[in-house]
Each structure stands twice: as structure tokens, then as C-alpha cells.
Write a protein that binds this ligand. Structure first.
Ligand code: MOS
Length: 739
């Protein structure tokens, strides 16, 4: 059987999606469905003095209006598990800590009646003093308490960075800022909740069905098995569907209250208040170097915006990249949070690395200019052969190959160093590059293999396909492990009744669930062999398990494959109509011995109008080394998607917030600017073949986040190269080049 893992197989869910047959959370057809609409705070900080519900209650079809005055008590959700370190506003008290906080839920028999009644809810507030700008709350900055889920302190130091600064001949003191950004997936958040006495079923748009199941169980005082979460398709998440946000629990609360199934879909505007965002950062870098550009000291001090701490905590870990990317003997990194009257921020594609690489990889470019060396040469001069922070070898690192292949494909050697020195007609041409990196993450996961009587195999796990290709690559891995043709293998996901799997975040699904699929196939193989050997009419008389192999749906003797028995035949002889086995795989202690990261190199060309300063990205080359490639087509799609996301981050994306009332003023996809097809040039992707047997049984290091990392810096560096103007504040819009 020719292996299929790695081949550019079409997405298995592609036809369902393009024909509209893929059913998303809001689209499940449920009888007797009622509709919920959220009422949101219109002040940034205050106490609700009272509700006037008379007009809303009088709307025909209104079934219930939940407010802090009548909402049922929920159990606090402080489990400390990833994504659960929250005490969300769930109508449990009458305070409001941000504009847009959910303060009431109106349920009616139709969506329109619920919307109308919600518009008639009158709220009076006692308003308090609010801070919605980082500049107004810098004095309140505090160290994160749950940095990286408590796995490490928010600060680190090696060597003597301040002494290195004092002694260095080349010193750069630079501040970079990034704005609030929102994920904007095509599919809005949506939840349908149904109760059957004390059993809850939810259809919900989520990157973590298992995590949602456990969060809801905690909140409603249920056992996890009393909660079922179903989510076969996700229309994009990028991090904003990684946490079980308040509206999910409020939908379940409403359904219980009215004794009917209830559906709640966030409006596009609510997607800017109700599901997190990439927080604003102020990043201060101090670089000390020798005259030839060797790093002698590096400080990266991060201020990241937060909500009020009572709501939870999310710390954008923007400084971590500065710990490990370059061989520098003296490094200090700090993270501080600035509490604002804003919603809780959250993970957004490469949280930390995307924002942090803008600062670090811009600063390295500034260093290259200061010492008059090529930016790629400066990076190679500071290349880290092993992880300088953890003081461990890398399990694999092909960054040098990424630099070389990317530079060759781009034509980097033809770059002339002086800013403004490259032109095409009138257009100013700028070439910039930057490094990408992202850690390998993996969690415990399980999978089930089911052999059916007709010879087909189904593999199941409670995981998600957030557009990344999970359905496809898991079927490829399973088919190869089973040595079966892929058309006879189906992979099922999206139901919390399947064996547990982690949140699809941190680029960990392929490594985690793929390892579980291999473990499940292994378990199935052992059980089948035992069954075959126990059958004294089987053709394996006198054989042992080690003599047998599973291939093409047959159990056969390794050295005499004609002595074989089909799996359906074996099942029939044992009067079974199906057979299943579950396998579990978890990381071992390999991270204690090796540092595990993906790497890449981004090369970008910009064309800038000399008069209007309009910036167009005209070429991108991304070279990536993320371990083994499971599917050349879905991998390329991931890389393209990440680079497009990075172009948006560099040039367009910014959530605008009214500084007086703390309200998002561009909560729609017309005014929150994102790249459209006309903004995207030809993107060339290169994958460096990498075999890493140390990371996990699959050999993958993760590809979801890596390709966005470095893009914003590469573009900023290209803009500088074209114009001589260094923009340290994202997004780089033309007004910043005119100033
Ligand atoms: Mo990713 S931001 O961990 O979904």
C-alpha cells in the first residue's frame, strides 16, 4: 500500500462546504426553537441601578427576560484549566466592567420579536470612573498571575543585560506598539442549547468541544457526561473560539429557564465585544551589540492591555520570542498587564509571537541598518544553534535552510541596501525579511478505531476541524497506520461523546490527535491479533502476535501473507457486527531534554507610490520548517492563510475604540479593514523537508500559527527599505508615511 500521508489530497469536507451541506452550529434544525438576544451595557464601568422591562415584556412572543435580578446562580468557573481561568460576567451581579458586557438576555418565539423586545429594555446605571486607554492606566500595570497557565513566571533573565547595555558600542532603545485586533472568522459564534431534564446538549461553534463540555458542566453543577457538545464544522476561529465565552452559558441558562431549546447567534458587531481580541501592546526593546552586529544584550519589556482582573486574565506573551530566537548572552524579558474597562482579551493567531516578532524582528532590522550589514547576515551572525534560554538542543531546527531557500526564491542577493535605492518606474520598491518561529505544543488525546462489518473503518476523536484539514490529515494518518486505502477510512470529530481531545489552539491538533490515532490503531491491531490467535480455526495455528500483520483489511502472517483472514470474516466468526479499540497518547518527558519549535523565514516586497505613499505588497515568499508535512495542499493553504493574516496585521487591521465611552467604533467588516483578494499578491510557499523523531510520534511541529509570525516585521522592514521611514506602530497606513 503506497502511503498517503504527505500527499496533496483534497479536503474531505470541501464538497460539503462549497455545496452548503456542511452544517454549522446555527444551522441545526431543532423543533420548537426559541431565540435569545443579548442586551449589552452601554457604559464602561458602573452599577446597574435598575431595569425597566415593561415595554419589552409586552412584546408578543416574549418568553423570558433574564437579568441579574432573576438569573439562576451558577458555580464560579475557576478551574485553572486552559481557557477556564475566568469568572465571566454571567448575570451574577449588577456591576458592569466594560461597554458591551452582557447584562440581560431576552428570549422570544422568533428572532425578530426577541430583537425588538431587547431594543425596548431600559437600563439605568450609576456610572463610575473608567479607564479605556492604556495611557490612562499605566500606573496600574501588574505582573500576570497565570502566565502561560501558571507554567512559568512572566519575567526571565539570563546574564547581565543592563551591564551589557552600559558597555556596548552599539545601542538601540526602541518602542513598538500594536493595536487591538479582532479575529473576524466568517462564521459568527452561535449556540443552540437543549435540556432533557438534567442533561444538556449544545450545538456550538467552538475550537474545543471537550473544554466547552467541562466548562458548562462546572457552571451548571453537572457531571461532564451530562453535557454533550456537538460541532462538526467551524467556520474559522483563529483563537476566538478557544474559550467558552459567556454567551454559550447564557444560552444554556435561557433554555433551562423557558423549558425549550434556545438559539443564540452573536451579531457581527457582538463579535467585537463578546469573544476576546488580540490586546494592544507597548513593547520596549533595548538592543546592545558589537559594531559588526553581534548581540551583546537584549531587553524586551512588554505592556499588554487587559480587562479588569475580576473577569479573568489573558497575558499576550510577546516577549517570549526574544528569549529563544537569537544567541545572546544577556537577555531580560518582562510582561506587565494594564487593566482597562475593556472585555477580556484572548488568544489570536500566534498570540505573543505575532505581536512580539513585529517588535523583535523590526529591531533586528534597525540593528542591521545601524551596523550597515545585510539584515539576513545579522540574523545568521546571531543564529542560535541550541535554545539559549532553556539551554537545550533543539529537537530539529532548519532555520538556516529556510533563510537560504527563501532568499534564493526571492532573489534577496539583488537587494541594494540604501533606503529608497530600488525603484520600478516611479514606484519605490522595498525588500524586507523577518524570522518566524512558534513552539511545538501537544496535549494528551484519545481516539477510537471502529471496524465495521462491511470492512470499512471509522476513526473518532472529540476534536475539531477549524478549517485546518483535521478531517483529511487524520484520515491519511489512519489509512497509513491501518495499511488500508483511504477511501475505506472515515474520520469523525465534533462530538464530545467521542474520546477526549484538547482545544484546537496553539497549533497542537495534528501532533496531539495524530498521536492518539496511531495509538488507537495500535490498540486495535493488538486486540484483533489476540482475537485471531484465540480462534483455533483461523489460519494462524501456532503463530504469535509478533508473526501477524494488518494490511488492507486482512490479518495475515508477516512472512506468508497468503495465510490470511479478513477482519469482517473474523468479526463474523465471533458474532460481532463491529469491533472497536481506544488508544491514548500523551507527551512524555521529551520537552525536558529538547526545545521544540517550528521556524520559518518571510521575504516581502512592497511597492509604494512616491506621492500618495499608498503601500502595496507585491511579492511574498515564506519558507517554513514545521516538521513533517501531513498534506502538501492543506499545509500550503495554512501558510497562505497565515501570510494573508500577517499582511492584514501589518497594513490594515485595527479595532478603533472611542476613548470616552470605551465602545468599538468599527464593529463590522466594512470599517475593520482586512485584506481582500485585490490586496494579496502572489504568495510563494516553500517547505523544508524535516524529519523530527523527537517531538512526537507523528513528527509534526505545528503549522497553524507559524506562517503569520514575522510577516508584519518583514513588511515594516520593506517599508523602511523603500522610504527610509521606520514605522513602529501597527498598522502601517499611508498617513504614517506622510507624517
Ligand atoms: Mo490559536 S490563537 O491558539 O487558536
Amino acid at each position: 500500500m503506497t502511503p498517503v500521508t504527505g500527499l496533496p489530497i483534497d479536503r474531505r469536507d470541501g464538497r460539503l462546504k462549497v455545496t452548503g451541506h456542511a452544517r454549522y452550529a446555527a444551522e441545526f434544525d431543532i423543533d420548537n426553537l426559541a431565540h435569545a438576544v443579548l442586551v449589552q451595557s452601554t457604559v464602561s464601568r458602573g452599577t446597574i441601578a435598575g431595569f425597566d422591562l415593561a415595554a419589552a415584556k409586552a412584546v408578543p412572543g416574549v418568553l423570558a427576560i433574564l437579568t441579574p435580578d432573576n438569573a439562576p446562580h451558577l458555580a464560579p468557573n475557576q478551574s485553572g484549566a486552559p481557557g477556564n481561568v475566568v469568572a465571566f460576567p454571567l448575570l451574577q451581579d449588577n456591576t458592569t466592567d466594560y461597554n458591551g458586557q452582557h447584562i440581560a438576555v431576552v428570549v422570544a418565539d422568533t428572532l425578530e420579536r426577541a430583537q425588538y423586545a431587547a431594543a425596548l429594555v431600559k437600563v439605568s446605571y450609576q456610572e463610575g470612573e473608567a479607564a479605556v486607554r492604556m495611557a490612562d492606566a499605566l500606573a496600574e500595570a501588574y505582573p500576570p498571575k497565570h502566565f502561560r497557565n501558571g507554567s512559568r513566571p512572566p519575567d526571565s533573565r539570563r546574564g547581565h543585560p543592563d551591564a551589557a547595555w552600559d558597555a556596548a558600542p552599539i545601542r538601540l532603545d526602541l518602542t513598538y506598539t500594536t493595536p487591538v485586533e479582532h479575529h473576524n472568522p466568517m462564521e459568527p459564534h452561535a449556540t443552540i442549547a437543549l435540556w432533557d431534564s438534567d442533561r444538556l446538549t449544545v450545538y456550538s461553534a467552538t475550537q474545543g468541544i471537550d473544554a466547552s463540555q467541562h466548562t458548562l458542566a462546572t457552571l451548571f453543577g453537572l457531571k461532564p457526561e451530562q453535557v454533550r457538545v456537538i460541532c462538526p464544522f467551524v467556520g474559522g476561529g483563529f483563537g476566538c473560539k478557544g474559550v467558552t465565552w459567556p454567551h454559550v452559558a447564557l444560552t444554556a441558562m435561557a433554555a433551562r429557564q423557558v423549558g425549550r431549546p434556545v438559539k443564540l447567534v452573536l451579531t457581527r458587531a457582538q463579535m467585537y465585544t463578546s469573544n476576546g481580541y488580540r490586546p494592544q501592546t507597548i513593547q520596549h526593546l533595548k538592543i546592545a551589540a558589537s559594531p559588526d552586529g553581534h548581540l551583546q544584550g537584549l531587553r524586551h519589556d512588554v505592556l499588554a492591555q487587559m480587562s479588569q482582573p475580576v473577569i479573568g486574565e489573558f497575558a499576550e506573551p510577546a516577549g517570549l520570542i526574544s528569549e529563544m530566537l537569537y544567541a545572546c548572552p544577556n537577555v531580560a524579558v518582562t510582561h506587565r498587564l494594564v487593566p482597562l474597562n475593556m472585555p477580556l482579551p484572548t488568544f489570536m493567531r500566534a498570540p505573543g509571537e505575532a505581536s512580539g516578532s513585529f517588535a523583535l524582528e523590526s529591531a533586528i532590522d534597525e540593528l542591521a541598518a545601524a551596523v550597515k550589514r545585510d539584515p539576513l547576515a545579522v540574523r545568521l551572525a546571531n543564529y542560535a544553534e541550541s535554545d539559549p534560554h532553556e539551554d537545550k538542543p533543539f529537537s530539529s531546527k532548519s532555520l538556516r535552510q529556510c533563510y537560504a531557500a527563501g532568499a534564493a526564491a526571492f532573489g534577496w542577493a539583488r537587494r541594494t541596501p540604501e533606503p529608497g535605492s530600488m525603484r520600478d518606474g516611479d514606484a519605490l520598491i522595498g525588500w524586507g525579511m523577518a524570522t518566524a518561529t512558534y513552539p511545538m505544543n501537544r496535549s494528551k488525546a484519545s481516539a477510537r478505531v471502529v471496524f465495521e462489518a462491511d470492512g470499512g473503518v471509522v476513526v473518532q476523536a472529540a476534536t475539531q476541524d477549524i478549517g485546518t484539514g483535521t478531517y483529511t490529515v487524520m484520515a491519511q494518518l489512519a489509512a497509513d497506520a491501518l495499511r488500508m486505502p483511504i477511501h475505506r477510512v472515515r474520520f469523525e470529530l465534533g462530538d464530545s461523546r467521542f474520546p477526549p481531545a484538547p482545544v484546537s489552539g496553539g497549533s497542537q491538533t495534528a501532533a496531539s490527535v495524530g498521536s492518539a490515532v496511531l495509538a488507537a490503531v495500535d490498540a486495535a491491531r493488538q486486540k484483533l491479533f489476540a482475537m485471531a490467535l484465540a480462534d483455533n480455526r483461523s489460519p494462524f495455528a501456532g503463530a504469535a502476535g509478533a508473526d501477524l500483520a494488518l494490511a488492507d483489511g486482512f490479518i495475515q502472517m508477516r512472512d506468508a501473507p497468503y495465510r490470511r483472514l479478513s477482519v469482517p470474516g473474523l468479526l463474523a466468526r465471533n458474532k460481532l457486527d463491529r469491533f472497536e479499540a481506544v488508544g491514548t497518547a500523551a507527551p512524555g518527558d521529551e520537552k525536558q531534554h529538547y526545545s521544540m519549535h517550528s521556524f520559518g523565514a518571510q521575504f516581502v516586497e512592497v511597492r509604494i507610490d512616491p506621492d500618495l505613499r499608498e503601500i502595496r505588497v507585491s511579492r511574498c515568499v515564506g519558507a517554513f520548517a514545521p516538521g513533517r508535512i501531513l498534506n502538501a495542499k492543506t499545509a500550503r493553504s495554512q501558510a497562505i492563510g497565515g501570510i494573508v493574516f500577517g499582511i492584514g496585521m501589518a497594513l490594515l487591521e485595527e479595532t478603533a475604540i472611542d476613548p470616552n465611552v470605551g465602545r468599538v467604533t468599527n464593529p463590522n467588516v466594512a470599517e475593520y479593514l482586512m485584506p481582500v483578494n485585490a490586496d494579496i499578491p502572489e504568495i510563494q510557499t516553500i517547505f523544508i523537508a524535516e524529519e523530527d523523531r523527537l517531538v512526537n510520534p507523528i513528527g509534526v511541529k505545528g503549522l497553524g500559527e507559524l506562517p503569520i509570525v514575522g510577516v508584519a516585521a518583514a513588511i515594516a522592514n520593506a517599508v523602511w527599505h523603500a522610504t527610509g521611514k521606520r514605522v513602529r506602530d501597527l498598522p502601517i497606513r499611508l498617513d504614517k508615511l506622510l507624517a
